[in-house]
Design a protein around this ligand. Structure first.
Ligand SMILES: Cc1cc2nc3c(=O)[nH]c(=O)nc-3n(C[C@H](O)[C@H](O)[C@H](O)COP(=O)(O)OP(=O)(O)OC[C@H]3O[C@@H](n4cnc5c(N)ncnc54)[C@H](O)[C@@H]3O)c2cc1C
Length: 371
C-alpha cells in the first residue's frame, strides 16, 4: 500500500495490516504477515476486495522477461525495439500507444475483427484509423497459437484466415483479460458462492453468506477502479443500514487512456438494436470542433445512440481529445431522464470540446449546425 493511501486510511480511522488474508468463518479472518506470523481478526462484517490479476493462455506462458503482462510493463525501465501486444482491449491499446510513443515497433494482435471490440464498431474503426496513422500495426481476426522465447526475443505463431505465419518480436505483452483472486481465500470453508471463479453478489454487494460482502474486480462486474469504489460505498451503506442506490453496470462510464482517448457508457448501436430499440443516431466529427483543432487533435467522433421513440440517451460513444471528461454530462442527462432535445437546448461554451456532445445531440434531432 502506498504511503498516501495508508495516511488517508489512518486519518479516517481505518487500521491496515500487511499480510495474506484467509476466511476461517463468516466472522473471522486469519492474516499471515510478511514475517510468517498469523493473527486472527474477528469482524461482524467482512468485505472481500482481492481484485484480479492478468490472465494468460497455454500458448503464451508468462516468464516476466520476454513474455510479460501489464504488471511488468508498468515498472519496465527500458523500451524494446519491437513488441507484440496480444489482445486489443482497453489495456492492450493503452500499452500499444505508450510503447509506440516511446519509439517501439508495435503490433497489436486481436482475435476479434476490431480492436477495442467492446466499443461501438464505429469508435473501434476511428481508433484503428488513428493507430494506423501513428504506425501501430494491427492484426485483427487473428490468434496466437504458439510462442517460443529465447535470450534475444520471442517467435510467435499467428493464425489468421486459415493462414499460419511466424513473426519475431523483442517482447510480447499478453493483455487478454483478468482472472479473479479467489484461490486460497477460504471461500469454500465458509460457503461463499462463486461463478467462473468470481464472487457472486447481489445489488447490495452481499454474498450468499450473511455478513460477507464483495466489491471490485473479484466480483467480475466491470473491472474499473471507479466501479470498485462505487461498489465499496454501496457495501458500506448496506452494512450501515443506509438506503443504497443499485448500480447499473451498463451505464457506468468506461475510459480507455490511449491517444486518441476512448470513452463510452450505455449500449452500443448494435446492442440497442439487438435489445429491440428503434434507434436514431447523432454524430459529430472531431475534425469540425474548433477547440479540438486548436488542440492539434483531428481524430475521432462523438456518437450518441438514442431511443427514437422517447429521445432517451441509450449510449454515448466517443473517441477524441479528453472525451472521458464528456461522459459526466451525458450520464447526468441520462440519470435525469433528459433527452437530446435538452442537450441541444443547453448552450455550450465556445470553444470547448463539450460542444461536440451538443452538436451530436443536435444531429440526433436533425438540427446540426456545424457539420
Ligand atoms: C494496466 C491497468 C490499467 C488500468 N487502468 C484503469 C483506468 O484507467 N481506470 C479504471 O477505472 N480502471 C483501470 N484499471 C482497472 C483497475 O485497476 C481495477 O478495476 C481496480 O484496481 C480494481 O480494484 P480492486 O480493489 O477490486 O482490486 P485491486 O486494485 O487489484 O486490489 C486488490 C488488492 O487485494 C490484494 N489481495 C489479493 N488477495 C489477497 C489476500 N488473500 N489477502 C490480502 N490481500 C489480498 C492484492 O494484492 C491487491 O492489492 C486498470 C487495470 C490495469 C491492470
Amino acid at each position: 500500500m502506498t504511503r498516501g493511501v495508508d495516511f488517508l486510511l489512518r486519518k479516517n480511522g481505518v487500521d491496515s495490516i500487511s499480510g495474506t488474508a484467509r476466511l476461517v468463518s463468516p466472522n473471522a479472518v486469519d492474516v499471515t504477515g510478511p514475517d510468517g506470523q498469523n493473527s486472527r481478526i474477528a469482524a461482524r462484517n467482512i468485505i472481500i476486495a482481492t481484485g484480479a490479476r492478468p490472465r494468460s493462455i497455454p500458448p503464451l506462458p508468462i516468464d516476466g522477461e520476454r513474455i510479460i503482462t501489464s504488471r511488468e510493463s508498468i515498472v519496465a525501465e527500458d523500451v524494446p525495439d519491437s513488441i507484440a501486444i496480444v489482445g486489443g482491449g482497453a489495456i492492450g491499446v493503452e500499452f500499444a500507444y505508450i510503447y509506440r510513443m516511446y519509439g517501439a515497433e508495435v503490433t497489436v494482435i486481436e482475435l476479434l475483427p476490431h480492436i477495442v471490440p467492446n466499443e461501438d464498431e464505429e469508435i473501434s474503426q476511428q481508433l484503428e484509423r488513428a493507430f494506423n496513422r501513428h504506425g501501430v500495426k494491427l492484426v485483427t481476426g487473428a490468434g496466437v497459437t504458439d510462442a517460443q522465447a529465447d535470450a534475444e526475443g520471442v517467435t510467435l505463431t499467428i493464425d489468421k484466415d486459415g493462414i499460419t505465419e511466424t513473426a519475431r518480436f523483442d517482447k510480447v505483452l499478453v493483455a487478454i483479460g483478468v482472472l479473479p483472486n479467489t484461490e486460497d481465500l477460504g471461500l469454500e470453508t465458509v460457503g461463499v458462492a462463486t461463478e467462473r471463479g468470481y464472487v457472486v453478489i447481489d445489488d447490495k454487494m452481499a454474498t450468499n453468506v450473511p455478513g460477507i460482502y464483495a466489491v471490485g474486480d473479484v466480483t467480475g462486474k466491470l473491472a474499473l477502479a471507479h466501479v470498485a469504489s462505487a461498489q465499496g460505498v454501496t457495501a458500506v451503506e448496506s452494512i450501515a443500514g443506509e438506503e443504497t442506490q443499485p448500480l447499473n453496470y451498463t451505464f457506468m462510464p468506461r475510459a480507455t487512456y490511449c491517444h486518441p482517448q476512448v470513452a463510452s457508457f450505455g449500449l452500443t448501436e448494435a446492442q440497442a438494436i439487438a435489445q429491440g430499440y428503434d434507434v436514431k443516431i447523432g454524430r459529430f466529427n472531431v475534425q469540425a470542433s474548433g477547440k479540438a483543432v486548436a488542440m492539434g487533435e483531428n481524430d475521432g467522433m462523438v456518437k450518441l445512440v438514442i431511443d427514437a421513440n422517447y429521445g432517451e440517451i441509450l449510449g454515448g460513444h466517443m473517441c477524441g481529445p479528453e472525451v472521458t471528461e464528456l461522459l459526466a454530462e451525458l450520464q447526468m442527462t441520462h440519470l435525469l431522464e433528459g433527452t437530446t432535445l435538452e442537450l441541444g437546448w443547453a448552450v455550450h461554451a465556445h470553444p470547448s470540446v463539450a460542444e461536440m456532445v451538443h452538436e451530436a445531440a443536435l444531429d440526433a434531432e436533425g438540427r446540426a449546425l456545424h457539420m
